[in-house]
Structure formats: C-alpha cells, structure tokens
Design a protein around this ligand. Structure first.
Ligand code: IFM
Length: 448
C-alpha cells in the first residue's frame, strides 16, 4: 500500500469565517453588514436563509474549540466580523466585539491551537456600502484603520494574518456575476473594486510593518485550473485568460508590481479600464510573508467566440462532481501550485481552504461521508506531489470545520467535517472528521 508522507513541520488545520458560523447577528453591539442586507432581501439566498444564527459559534465557541483540540489541528483559521468591531465601519469602536475575539483567541491559545486571522471574509459594514463600498477608495483607508486596531489589540497573540479572502469573489463574483453581496452586475465596477481590494491589502500591510507587529501577513486568493481541451493555441489562450482572471490579475500586482498586459488588453476590448493613482502599485507590491491559496476545482475548456467573458467554453468531460456541482479535479491542485511557484517563486504557501461539498446526513448518530474522505485524500496527494516538485507548503487548512452558511446557497450545501443540525444546532462528527484526525496524528496517508 503506497504511503504519502507529510513533513513534520507542516501545520494541519481547518477554516471557517465569521458570517458563516457566528450568528449572534444582533448581539453585543454588532453593526449590520452587506450580507445581513443581502440575505434578508428576498430572492438572493436559497430558501431565504440568512446568517442570523448560523452555527451559533458566537455562543458555542468553547464546544467548537474542544472539537478542534480533539481533532488535533494545530492551526485554526477564522475571520473577524468587521461590523462587530466598528459597527459603522469607522469611528467608534465596539469594545464588546473586541472582547469576544479576545476570549475566543485566548481559548484557542489555551488549547495550543494557533489562530490564523482573516480580516476580511466578505462582511463589509453596511454603513460603508452606503457610502460606495469597495468602489470608494475611502473604504481602503477604513480597512487599514480597522486592520491597525486589530494588529495592536492582538499583537503577540495572533501571529498569522490574512488581509483579504478571495478578492476574485469580492470583486467579480459579487459585482459582475452578482450572486454575492452586494449583488451588482457591472464589469467596470467589479474591476475597479478588484484594484481597491489589492490597495486595501497593501495599506494594511504597511500598517502591520509600521507597527512592527510580530508574526506574518499575507492574503488568500482563490485559484482554479483550466486545462486546454486541445493543444490548439486558441484553446490554450482561452484557458490562460480564464486562469489569468484568478491568478495573474491578483498575483502580478502583488509580486511584480504591475497588472498583466494580456488581461489589461482583454479588459480594454470589453470597454473596461483601470484607474490607478501614483503609488498604488508600490503599496500593493510590498513584500508579504506568505500566500494563502484556496483551491476547490478545475475544468477543461476551449475557445468559443463570445462565450462568457473570455471566449472560454467549459466542457463537461465527465469528472465526478461534488454536491455543489463542482468538478473533482485534484490534478489541477498540483498544477496550480506548480504554476504559482514557477511564476512567483518560492513564497511560503498555506493552503487556507480546500474541501468538498457533500450533503450526507445523520443516520443513527453517524455521518458516512466517504466521498469527502476520497476528495481530501486525492487533494492531499496532489499537495504532496507539489511539495516533491519544490512548492514551499507550510500548512494545509481544510474547509471547513463545520457545516455552515454557504452564502447564496444557504444551509443546503455542506462542507464541514462536523455536521450541524441547523434547527437544534447539534454537532455530529462525520466519518471524515475521524479520518482527518487519524491522518493528522499519523502525518501520512495510505492510498488504496
Ligand atoms: O464557503 C466558502 C468560503 O467562504 C470561501 N471559499 C469557498 C467556500 C466554499 O464555497
């Protein structure tokens, strides 16, 4: 039986995000976020679901941390709800919000679990949206002020910081495709926002360095792999544009200090341009300590005129799919990691999200989610291959610890190692939980 061995130093972890698990939407002075507004507007989220209660982790975090300890994870990635800290986005600080995160982080540290904190996982204060949201450069300053407060408050406690989670989703999915809050469908707006997000990231990194904070800082883009259907140049180019939207667009400014020409030219053909101010790229491209990579899926694609934004047609060639309809494509994980190394060098990488949606339910107190175990095994194997190829992997954090509020899909789509009954809030450990626990304890995988 072949064995896949992981280095002892690689950190094992799990991830979640505030709006998806906390609940307590109206408690202890929390302000409203764009996701409160969006989910309470009929027609945006399946079944009219919202994050008012979610997994109730705001009240049940001690139980959740006990599970993390039992699972054996060394690192836990969570996000802070910006409107819990600044209910109006800027100005008055909500002390109760800060105290909640202090209690939470202290409880993690007491169990020997390293906190990895994401500052922005999509819950923009509604008050800032009312003033233009990410389309306004003022939001980038508000973000830097919020980040600075968090760095000061948690200096020495939190040693891994992520500025922005999945800037592609925040810009294009939310403001061009329009399925996430605030639900706009405007390519120019989305492109402007993508630049402002990177700017906000850069400004936060500046504050981190100015404060001489201890620890490391990075950001966490989501990547996909597009495999050309044939070796025709037009298929290759179409796939490169599709990937360039996720990779080069969000990596080149940070690692090379410029936007990729081929994407700028393409956007120009679509009537879209970028307005940069002097100094923006310098701020964006200052060195970071690591990159977080979120990977779930990939696909085969070929050139087709006027298909989607990039003349790229995705072809269904029969890959297995998870219950959210995404291809299971572990090969793409290996390829995307090698591409990042080839193009951007040996930057340390944390896999900040990787996991699968399977909606298996509880049967006699157990959840038999064998398909999730297979998905994780295949992706961990790709991860190991990438490490053999020299990719500098520091940690692997699966998405997610718990089933949670899956944004526009509501509670129907389940990504957790732990099942949550959203009526009773009861947690049930799935088979994948026990498998992950054993894998962490071993530090290796056995492949059949
Ligand atoms: O649930 C999300 C998460 O918030 C961001 N990355 C993808 C996950 C699954 O869709």
């Amino acid at each position: 039986m072949p064995i896949i061995q992981f280095p002892h130093e690689m950190k094992w972890g799990a991830a979640t995000a505030a709006y998806q698990i906390e609940g307590a939407a109206h408690e202890d002075g929390r302000g409203q976020s764009i996701w409160d507004t969006f989910s309470h507007t009929p027609g945006h989220v399946k079944n009219g679901d919202n994050g008012d209660v979610a997994c109730d982790s705001y009240h049940r975090y001690e139980e959740d941390i006990e599970m993390m300890k039992d699972l054996g994870i060394e690192m836990y990635r969570f996000s802070v709800s910006w409107p819990r800290i600044f209910p109006d986005g800027t100005g008055e600080i909500n002390e109760e919000g800060l105290q909640f995160y202090h209690r939470f982080v202290d409880a993690l540290l007491a169990q020997g679990i390293e906190p990895m904190c994401t500052l922005y996982h999509w819950d923009l204060p509604q008050a800032l949206q009312d003033k233009g949201g990410w389309a306004s450069r003022e939001t980038t300053d508000a973000f830097a002020d919020y980040a600075e407060l968090m760095f000061q408050e948690f200096n020495g406690k939190i040693k891994h910081w992520i500025t922005i989670n999945e800037p592609w989703c925040v810009s294009f999915l939310s403001n061009f495709i329009g399925v996430h809050a605030p639900g706009n469908q405007d390519l120019q707006l989305a492109t402007t926002i993508s630049h402002h997000l990177l700017l906000a990231h850069g400004k936060a990194v500046t504050r981190f360095r100015e404060l001489e904070s201890t620890g490391e800082i990075g950001y966490a883009p989501n990547l996909e792999w597009n495999e050309p259907f044939s070796d025709k140049q037009e298929d290759i180019d179409a796939c490169n544009r599709g990937m360039g939207w996720f990779i080069e667009w969000f990596f080149d400014p940070v690692f090379k200090g410029s936007y990729p020409e081929f994407m700028l030219n393409w956007f120009e053909k679509k009537g879209v341009s970028l307005t940069l101010e002097e100094g923006d790229l310098k701020l964006i491209s200052q060195p970071i300590d690591f990159i977080g990579i979120n990977y779930y899926t990939g696909s085969v694609g070929r050139y087709k005129e006027n298909e989607e934004l990039f003349d790229l047609e995705k072809i269904d060639i029969g890959y297995n799919k998870t219950d959210i309809g995404w291809n299971v494509y572990p090969e793409g994980f290996y390829k995307v990691l090698c591409k990042v190394k080839d193009q951007y060098g040996d930057i340390p990488i944390y896999i900040t999200e990787n996991g699968a949606c399977y909606n298996d339910g509880v049967e006699y107190g157990e959840v038999h989610d064998q398909r999730r175990i297979e998905y994780l095994k295949q992706h961990l194997t790709s991860l190991s291959r990438s490490m053999e190829a020299g990719v500098n992997i520091k940690g692997y954090l699966t998405w997610s610890l718990l089933d949670n509020f899956e944004w526009a899909e509501g509670y129907e789509k389940r990504f957790g190692l732990v099942h949550v009954n959203f009526r009773t809030l009861e947690r049930t450990k799935k088979d994948s939980y026990y498998w992950y626990k054993q894998t962490i304890a071993n530090g290796w995988l056995e492949m059949k």
